[in-house]
Design a protein around this ligand. Structure first.
Ligand code: AMP
Length: 214
């Protein structure tokens, strides 16, 4: 089974992905995490990736697709894609790739959050680089400043959460995501969820979608 989580940066895809993978046998495939790991490994493409990510721009399709293909390699597993596809081309590529293994996108969960809420959320986002737990200095601060409640690692602010970069990422999202939503809607696999509420309430909706007969 393949589920895609969609929504603007900061809508809570990473948090929902962790909830899903804690309760269900999905492999979490986050292209943002894959790109950040690639940058940390100083691979051949890492310099180009770093300058694009820091400018809030998308990585070229071939580079992202190389990362995705390695991650979706076992057709007997269930996958939760987070941050991919981001463009209509990527959606078509994903469908073609899955089709070769007899798979398809079974459901796309589109988490809607207004831009003004996203801007406030991302200005306070703190992420744990070790266990990936996400905190927010405004809405969900850690007990001890800058320290992960879960694994005690130091919390980090993402360089691409700077306000100017967030604005660029949001406008890119609006320009490029609508065609993907229409594409999946026409295939009857798109489910809209309001993300402007507690992560537990959002997860209750996501679970209903997972339990549907796809
Ligand atoms: P995310 O963690 O999903 O917000 O992604 C962080 C950054 O990684 C994005 O702003 C892009 O620079 C890059 N990235 C992640 N997923 C993709 C994708 N599907 N296509 C192109 N670039 C991506």
């Amino acid at each position: 089974m393949v589920i895609v989580l969609m929504g603007p940066p900061g809508c809570g895809k990473g948090t929902q992905a962790r909830f899903v993978c804690q309760g269900y046998p999905f492999v979490h495939v986050s292209t943002g995490d894959l790109v950040r790991a690639e940058i940390a490994s100083s691979s051949h493409d890492s310099i180009q990736m770093k300058s694009l990510i820091n400018a809030g721009k998308l990585i070229p399709n071939e580079m992202v697709f190389n990362l995705i293909m390695k991650s979706l390699s076992d057709p007997s597993r269930s996958y939760l894609c987070d941050g991919f596809p981001r463009t209509l081309d990527q959606a078509v590529m994903l469908d073609a790739f899955l089709n070769e293994s007899g798979l398809k996108v079974d459901a796309v969960v589109n988490i809607n959050v207004p831009d003004e809420v996203i801007l406030k959320r991302l200005s306070g986002r703190l992420s744990c680089g070790v266990c990936k737990t996400i905190f927010n200095s405004h809405f969900n601060p850690p007990v001890q400043k800058d320290t992960c409640d879960n694994c005690s690692a130091r919390l980090e602010r993402r360089s691409d959460d700077a306000p100017a970069v967030v604005t660029a990422r949001l406008s890119d999202y609006h320009m490029k995501s609508v065609p993907i939503l229409d594409y999946f809607r026409s295939k009857n696999v798109l489910f809209d969820v309001s993300g402007d509420r507690s992560s537990g309430d959002v997860f209750a909706e996501v679970e209903k979608i997972l339990k549907k007969d796809h």
